[in-house]
Design a protein. Sequence first.
Length: 382
Amino acid sequence: MPRAVLEARLASLQAWMVERGLQALVVFGHGSALAMATRSHGNLRYLLDWDAEYAQSVLVLPAQGVPSLAVGNVFSVMRAREEAWISDVRFGKGPGLAKEVLALLPSGASRVGIVGREEIPMAVWDELANAGASGWIDCSPELARRRATKDAVEVAYHREAGRICDEIFERLGPALHTGKAVFQIQAELEHHARSRGCELCKTWLTVAPVPDRCRYSRDENYNVPREGDQVLLGIMLILHGHWGHAIRTGAIGRSTPDAERIFSRVAAMHAAMFDSLRPNAEISAVGNAGVAPAEEGVFQFRSGHALGHSYEDPAGTSDFPQPYEGGRVAGKPALAQAGMLFELHPNLFIENVGAASIGDMVLVTEQGAEYLTTFPRHLLIL
C-alpha cells in the first residue's frame, strides 16, 4: 500500500481524534494466521499495512505526533523494524505487550480511544484494565465506517484476489480426475494461490455422492473423487492484506435431479441478492434475500458478509443473518454505498439430499453491482 495513502488515513483519523478531544487511540490487531477467525487483523492492515502473522500487535496513535507499534513476537518485531515505516517498534509478550502500550501513551492522557477490544486476550487486557483502560472510549465504529468504502488501490487488489479465485476454479475440474485424495487436491489448489503471491489461502472442499457440510481438514477428506460425486469448493485468500472469497458447485461427470433442484433454489437467491445490491439499498434486505424458509433438515450459514481487510469486514456483516441463529434480521438503516465490497454466497444443505452454494465478490458502484469474480456460476459439470 502506498505510504502516502497510509499517512493520509492516519492524519484524517488524528484530525477526528482532535475534534472529539481524544489524546490517543489504541488499536489492537491479531495477525493473519487466524484467518477467518479475526476481524481485528484488518485494523492494522488498513492503517499501517502491517501483518504480524502469528503475533498480536497494538498501534498507539497520539492525537498529535507519530504512531508507534508494540508487537508480541520477537521475530515479528525484527521484521517490523526492517519493513514497516513506523520508527518506534517495541516488543512485549503477554502482559508485557500491555506495559509497552501504556508506556507509549502520551503523559497524563485521560481520554483514550480503543479499537479491537473484543479480541484482546485476557492476559493483555487485565494489565490494561488495571491501569484504567476500562474507561477508554470505544472507537471501533468509526474505524469500521472508514474501512467500509474501498479506494482505487484497495479495489485493484481485490480485483486481483478475485482473479486468483477464478484461476483456482479453473484448476478444480482437472484436479478431480487425477486419482488423488480430496485433501491432496485442496493442498494443490491452495498452493496455486500462494505461488501467485497470496500470504494465505484456505479452502473447504466437499466431494461426495450427497454433500453434507463444509469440509476443511485433511482428516475429513481422505476420499478419492468418483464419477457422480457432487462437489462444492469454497476459497478464502488474502492478497497483500485484501481478501478474496468465492464458492462454486458442480458434479463429476453428471449431476442428479436433487442436485439440480437445490442448485436452482440457490441460484434464485443469488440473483435476488445481486439484483437488490445497489447504492442506498438496505443491506439487511440484501442479506435476507439469501435466506430460505426454515425447513426440517435444512441447514444454511450466512448468505453473505462485507469483505475487505478482514474476511468479515465490521461494517455491513451483521446485516447478513445467520439462519441457524434465528432466521432473518429486522430492517436496519444501514445502506450500501459505492465502494463497499460484499461476498454474496447463498447456500442450502439438505440432509440426505444434497447441497449447493454460489459465492461471488461483488463491488457496489455508482451504477449498481459489479462481480469481481467471473468464473461461470452455473452448476458445473467437472
